[in-house]
Design a protein around this ligand. Structure first.
Ligand code: SAM
Ligand code: CA
Length: 219
């Protein structure tokens, strides 16, 4: 995993980071998370900014997130939503999402975020059972990699035509391109990358922001 975009020199990265004027709440969250084990799971600031821009670009009002951790990506998305917009945020960890909740308050976005604690596949199944197919504009997938394909399928059902799925860690710190790497997580990411490239239900792009972001727009 990488919490900054891959392959940039330190000085170029500093320039990129300096350009974007990260909101102070997000900078504080990054500092607090950096002291925790697992800090590298957090998305990079430039990726957060890009995802917020994308959410605003498509005029998203209803979003999904699978994998909250301490809340950086959820805040990046929620800041870009209108005041009555909603983000359904899925995670299994009370401990990590307690930190996220604190920063949702600080960032003034808590009223836009609905936390669903429990296995995300159960939450997605419940949303579908509640008749919410085709009602979401944007979904960010960033939880257990072995379940990526199932998350992708359920999110595609939940998305309206023209909605976007963003799948994180698509380049997996370079491991997707290393034939010696054969861990289940690496195989799952490679398999989804290959599947989405030829999936006739979407138009896709794989971009090297952060640790690689696979974007699929539902036709
Ligand atoms: N998007 C986050 C950010 O910007 O900081 C990082 C998410 S982190 C890579 C992955 C998260 O997925 C963890 O918080 C973990 O608790 C959660 N997770 C793992 N398995 C899960 C599951 N089956 N259902 C829901 N969440 C899960
Ligand atoms: Ca990630």
């Amino acid at each position: 995993m990488s919490s900054r975009s891959l392959g940039l020199s330190p000085s170029l990265y500093d320039y990129l980071y300096g350009w974007q004027n990260e909101p102070s709440t997000l900078a504080a969250l990054r500092e607090e998370t950096a002291r925790m084990p697992g800090a590298s799971m957090q998305i990079s600031p430039e990726q957060g900014r890009f995802m917020g821009w994308l959410v605003a670009l498509i005029g998203a009002r209803r979003c999904l997130e699978i994998g909250v951790f301490t809340g950086y990506s959820s805040i990046s998305v929620a800041l870009a939503l209108p005041d009555d917009g909603r983000l359904v945020a899925c995670d299994v960890s009370e401990e990590w999402t307690a930190i996220a909740r604190r920063y949702w308050e600080r960032a003034g976005v808590a009223h836009k975020i609905e936390l669903r604690l429990g296995p995300a596949l159960d939450t997605l199944a419940a949303l579908l059972a509640a008749g919410q197919a085709q009602s979401f504009d944007f979904a960010f997938i960033d939880a257990d990699k072995e379940a990526y394909r199932e998350y992708y399928e359920r999110c595609l059902e939940l998305l309206r035509p023209g909605g976007i799925i963003a799948v994180d860690n698509a380049l997996w710190d370079g491991r997707v391109a290393d034939p010696r790497e054969d861990a289940p997580s690496t195989r799952a990411i490679r398999a989804l990358n290959a599947f989405v490239a030829q999936d006739p239900r979407v138009d896709a792009s794989l971009i090297p922001v952060g640790d690689g972001l696979l974007l699929a727009r539902k036709r």
